[in-house]
Design a protein around this ligand. Structure first.
Ligand SMILES: O=C(O)CCC(=O)C(=O)O
Ligand SMILES: [Fe+2]
Length: 340
């Protein structure tokens, strides 16, 4: 438990040796803010937003949404809740702490396998399944005491927004409403906490990766998210109470390569803690869901790019690559075994 960065880093003057990244894994490349990342107003005319979302998914694999239906109060309550959670005394968090992520609710630090890492990430994460709420909420933290009530409300609102956005994407691709329902049964939340770091040029929050799931909705309180585009790392401008929406590997495969999966990472700052509240939608690996390119998107000019595969096998492959710390490929290496 003493391992949690949020429990030992307050006031440290230098980065401990086992958090100093080798130079090639540091975030020191030139970064510009990417002002062109689309910000989509979900209250605008539907035809217009369908086109904007489609273009954003093709060019960036990422966009931001405003007027998305999740209330400002719900979002602000969440940030306050997690500030309180990460500041709780260690004893109050022992029940959910684990050395590495496991099924159910886990509070862990750094990457996927702290004990095996040669160098650690400057991050703590609370992760848990969040739907169906009644099934999973008994495993969520008991403190702060309002946790279950506030997170329950958030999950309901985020799911509503998420399915609306998935339908807009389906429409843009010429697929039926509800097309993605069969590949978005699982909803998981990860709350990442990046305490201030005395030298952000030496340490790293989360390394460059592509999300394995279908689509991800991220709420953040300050700058730290970067995407890799056209050979450069670029910053995503934080907009108060917006969601960053990024596509995972499954949307890339189902769209037959038409939509992009975006490589992203999280960098640190020296002045304030950063929190990202991330909701992942994806297939449930236990249901043995088969994923394949939508038949409607396979044509003679755009032949089938991936064969059908089971999501649980994809996840095993994705994790094996992550555990081996092979750099995540910019061309979708975890999908390589299924490429035609
Ligand atoms: O904290 C961030 O901005 C990125 C988090 C992320 O990419 C993830 O949890 O998958
Ligand atoms: Fe991610």
């Amino acid at each position: 438990m003493a391992l949690l960065v949020s429990s030992w880093s307050n006031g440290v003057k230098s980065v401990p040796k086992d958090y100093v990244m080798p130079p090639e894994r540091r975030a020191i490349d030139f970064v510009t803010f990417c002002k062109e990342i689309p910000v989509i107003n979900l209250q605008n005319d539907q035809l217009e937003i369908v086109q904007q979302i489609l273009k954003a998914c093709q060019e960036y694999g990422l966009f931001q949404v405003i007027n998305h239906g999740v209330s400002d109060k719900t979002m602000e309550d969440m940030m306050a809740l997690y500030d309180e959670f990460f500041n709780l005394p260690v004893e109050d968090k022992l029940g959910v702490y684990s050395e590495k992520p496991r099924k159910g609710c886990t509070l862990y630090t750094s990457g996927l396998e702290y004990p095996k890492e040669d160098v650690h990430y400057w991050k703590d994460t609370l992760k848990h399944p969040c739907h169906p709420i009644d099934e999973h909420s008994p495993s969520w933290p008991d403190k702060p005491t309002r946790y279950k009530e506030e997170v329950g409300r958030y999950v309901v609102e985020v799911r509503k927004m998420g399915f609306k956005i998935l339908d807009l994407i389906a429409k843009g691709l010429g697929l039926n409403e509800g097309y993605f329902n069969g590949v978005s049964q699982e909803h998981t939340m990860a709350i990442n906490r990046y305490p201030p770091c005395p030298d952000p040029s030496l340490a790293m929050g989360i390394a460059g990766h592509n999300d394995p799931n279908l689509i991800t909705f991220l709420q953040q309180d300050r700058y730290g998210l970067q995407i890799h585009k056209d050979g450069k790392w670029m910053g995503v401008d934080p907009i108060p109470n917006a969601f960053v929406v990024n596509l995972g590997y499954q949307l890339h495969a189902i769209s037959n390569g038409k939509l992009k999966v975006v490589e992203h990472r999280g960098v640190l700052n020296s002045s304030a803690s950063r929190t990202s509240i991330v909701t992942f939608f994806g297939p449930n690996p236990e249901l043995l869901t088969v994923v394949e390119p939508a038949k409607e998107l396979v044509t003679s000019s755009n032949p089938q790019m991936f064969k059908a595969y089971r999501y649980n096998e994809f996840i095993a492959n994705y994790l094996a690559l992550a555990y081996n710390r092979r750099p995540s490929s910019r061309n979708g290496s975890a999908l390589d075994p299924y490429r035609l």
